[in-house]
Design a protein around this ligand. Structure first.
Ligand code: NAP
Length: 317
């Protein structure tokens, strides 16, 4: 199949592009940076240089690729604007609009989108599933992000003349993510600056990037339309994964922080993740996509990621 992917150089794209190529697809991948085209060529893709907001150019690039399927893996976390979420909110709302318009004009027949499993309402009990409501009544900081996710999902599912599939990935961890041994989360854990907030009841559904990419291929090979949680089998509370990660990293055992104090220090959004979010069920993806995670339990992934890093990285702190 001819596939156009936006976000092929990103966290999941780096795994997904070679898998698509190996599966026999002709892959064209978007990047804003001419410096990254060689990376895409090495992965077997045809590079297409452009910005998702440049609608005229984007439409031409997608039309030239003769894409039957467009895969949207765009996210953009960072602090360029001072607000670390502003750009990812924009890309989820406006970037999605541009991409869908260009895909539609190029007569693509399917549109597959990256979403997240961890912004469902915390009210209720047990795991969330694809019918669980998004947390649209969250406090303002989180609500802006959730509204952007809702827009992304709605635009995908209602895309004109294309079957839309939303893949709600769990928390990515692994090389190149914020859980990378050299990145922010392990750095904070090593400094003792990543406490368990309240009882640490936030339930994390993790996903290995290779499993996330493999599930995307499964979605492609099935006639999907709708939402699928792509998460591992073992949602885990902060109070369990954090001490485990600290031990692997050779860091001090995490301290405790009262929820009200944490809210003042790090804000409502992070307290929601650390102490309130519910884990997600992957039953639908297993049943309908015949997908099984190869890495079903986060624990083995954390061991692989951190085992060899405790001594050398302690030196760097
Ligand atoms: N489910 C999750 O847990 C989850 C989801 C997303 C991200 N994250 C994490 O967040 C961290 C950083 O993520 P990130 O989103 O900043 O980076 P990223 O995942 O590495 O990549 C973002 C991708 O979007 C592309 N992109 C962004 N804006 C674009 C635009 N205007 N036009 C065209 N392409 C655009 C980038 O392409 P170019 O830069 O090549 O142009 C890149 O391919 C990582 O740790 C990642 O794991 C986690």
């Amino acid at each position: 199949m001819n596939i156009f992917i936006a976000g092929g150089t990103g966290a999941i794209g780096r795994f997904l592009v070679p898998m698509l190529v190996n599966a026999g697809h002709r892959v064209t991948a978007l990047t804003r940076s001419p410096d990254r085209t060689s990376q895409l060529v090495q992965m077997g893709a045809v590079p297409a240089v452009g910005d998702v907001y440049d609608e005229v150019r984007l439409a031409r690039l997608i039309a030239d690729s003769e894409a039957e399927v467009v895969i949207h893996q765009l996210t953009a976390f960072g602090t360029k604007t001072g607000d670390p979420y502003a750009e990812t909110i924009r890309v989820r709302i406006d970037g999605t609009r541009c991409l869908i318009a260009a895909a539609h004009a190029a007569r693509a027949r399917r549109f597959i989108t990256q979403s997240i499993s961890f912004v469902c309402s915390p009210s209720g009990s047990g795991l969330t599933d694809e019918t669980s409501p998004l947390y649209l009544d969250a406090s303002p900081a989180l609500r802006a992000l959730v509204e952007a996710v809702a827009s992304l999902e709605r635009q995908t599912l209602e895309a004109d003349s294309m079957a839309g599939t939303v893949l709600r990935y769990g928390w990515f961890f692994g090389p190149g993510t914020s859980y990378d041994p050299k990145d922010t989360i392990p750095a904070a854990i090593r400094k003792g600056a990543y406490p368990i907030v309240g009882p640490g009841a936030g339930a994390y559904s993790y996903i290995d990037l290779r499993d996330a990419a493999a599930a995307t291929i499964k979605a492609l090979s099935h006639d999907t339309h709708g939402i699928y949680n792509i998460v591992d089998d073992a949602p885990v509370r902060l109070s369990e994964w954090l001490p485990f990660a600290a031990k692997l990293l050779g860091a001090p055992a995490p301290g405790r922080e009262d929820e009200a104090a944490a809210r003042k220090r790090i804000g409502d959004m992070r307290v929601y993740y650390l102490n309130e979010q519910r884990g997600a069920s992957n039953e639908k993806a297993k049943r309908e996509l015949n997908w099984r995670p190869v890495f079903p339990v986060w624990r083995a992934g954390f061991e692989a990621l951190y085992s060899n890093h405790s001594s050398q990285l302690c030196d760097a702190v």
